[in-house]
Ligand binder design. Structure first.
Ligand SMILES: NC(=O)c1ccc[n+]([C@@H]2O[C@H](COP(=O)([O-])OP(=O)(O)OC[C@H]3O[C@@H](n4cnc5c(N)ncnc54)[C@H](OP(=O)(O)O)[C@@H]3O)[C@@H](O)[C@H]2O)c1
Length: 336
């Protein structure tokens, strides 16, 4: 691929967007960053303001057409990522926003690389157990699942990236915003969790954000126009015991002694075990239980494309435990 191509990056101010912009831009690519409300310190040229919830992204017809005429590839990373909201909240951004990206890409003749989530595995037809109606991630996951379907139905050239929970940069732990794994781990590492609700045998699958960014840019470089890429560690991901031992090691490195909380089978919890804890604890324990349930519904181990990511995209071999420790350090230093 030698011709110069222009990439529109939606969600450029988000964690994934900023991580992509921090990577070396492959030769022959120009990236137009799309912002919504937040600044994008890494953007090399002034961002365009796009609103995923508005027709034509809030642009007038001429500006929309002019942008489409420039763009060859869309990285669609804008989305509502907070969990626990009503289904209607996700619809305008995650579903309708993706429909608008499809319309735009059709007009532009562009390939779309969509940032979905590995959690859609929990909604697969062959899931061993159905995901609970009350699961905090459910409405978010469903919106991403529907967005994927819109893309598939469009017939557009596209790839779907399905990252698991992201942590910071693989070497430095850097992140533009604290990720749930970092914040929750920091909380457990400070001895605040009375117990850890988890389903037996599940893996703790966290991926450094730069691995995703490298993979997306490499897919564009290679001109990929189809594929579903699970950005997860799968069978390589650490188990819960290793994860907790790393928290002990991290705490010791900071001069703290951490008495590990017991791991409690989430299926055998007393009905009010979580409900009777103080509000902050309740909220964190509920998220831990529900994320564990998502993994359990995905078979306990998330599907993965890590071998292909390494072979085809040249993604560096990064040990998840080392990356996790780097993220813990970063969180303790800068996000506490
Ligand atoms: N982070 C993870 O662990 C993770 C894991 C799996 C999948 N993903 C997926 O990866 C994508 C990016 O995630 P992220 O962590 O970067 O999310 P994030 O940090 O929450 O950023 C979300 C981005 O979407 C933009 N956005 C929100 N509402 C918008 C609107 N109405 N119009 C235009 N843009 C809007 C935000 O712009 P402003 O800030 O400017 O408002 C921001 O740039 C998401 O689709 C998410 O589902 C993320």
């Amino acid at each position: 691929m030698s011709a110069r191509r222009t990439v529109l990056l939606t969600g450029a101010s988000g964690v994934v967007g900023r991580s992509i912009l921090r990577e070396r831009t492959p030769a022959g690519l120009r990236i137009i960053s799309a912002s919504h409300s937040a600044p994008i310190p890494e953007a090399e040229e002034p961002p365009v303001a796009l609103d995923m919830t508005a027709e034509r992204f809030g642009l007038d017809a001429d500006s929309h057409a002019a942008l489409a005429a420039e763009v060859d590839v869309v990285i669609h990373s804008a989305g509502l990522t907070e969990w626990g909201l009503a289904a209607e909240r996700y619809e305008p951004i995650n579903v309708e926003g993706t429909r608008r990206v499809v319309e735009f890409a059709e007009q532009a003749g562009a390939t779309v690389h969509f940032m979905s989530t590995a959690f859609v595995a929990a909604l697969a037809q062959g899931a061993p157990v159905p995901l609970g109606e009350e699961n905090v991630c459910r409405n978010y996951i469903r919106s991403k699942h529907r967005a994927e379907q819109l893309l598939r139905d469009s017939g557009l050239p596209h790839t779907i990236f399905r990252p698991t929970n992201l942590i910071g940069d693989s070497m430095t732990g850097w992140t533009s915003q604290g990720q749930i794994v970092q914040l929750m781990s920091d909380w457990i590492g400070r001895g605040r969790a009375p117990f850890i609700p988890a389903h037996p045998g599940i893996r703790m699958d966290f991926v450094p954000q730069d691995l995703l960014s490298k993979a997306v840019l490499r897919a564009i470089e290679l001109g990929d126009e189809q594929g579903e890429v699970w950005v997860t560690y799968g069978e390589e991901a650490m188990n819960i015991e290793t994860c907790l031992q790393l928290l002990v090691k991290h705490a010791a490195g900071r001069g703290r002694s951490l008495n590990l909380p017991p791991v409690v089978n989430a299926d055998e919890l007393e009905p009010d075990a979580i409900a009777k804890t103080p509000p902050m604890t309740r909220s964190y324990l509920s998220v831990l239980r529900d994320v564990s349930e998502v993994t359990r519904c995905s078979g306990g181990v998330l599907p993965t494309s890590m071998p292909e990511l390494r072979e085809r995209y040249g993604i560096p071999r990064v040990d998840d435990t080392a990356a996790y420790l780097a993220s813990l350090e970063y969180a303790a230093e800068y996000l506490g």
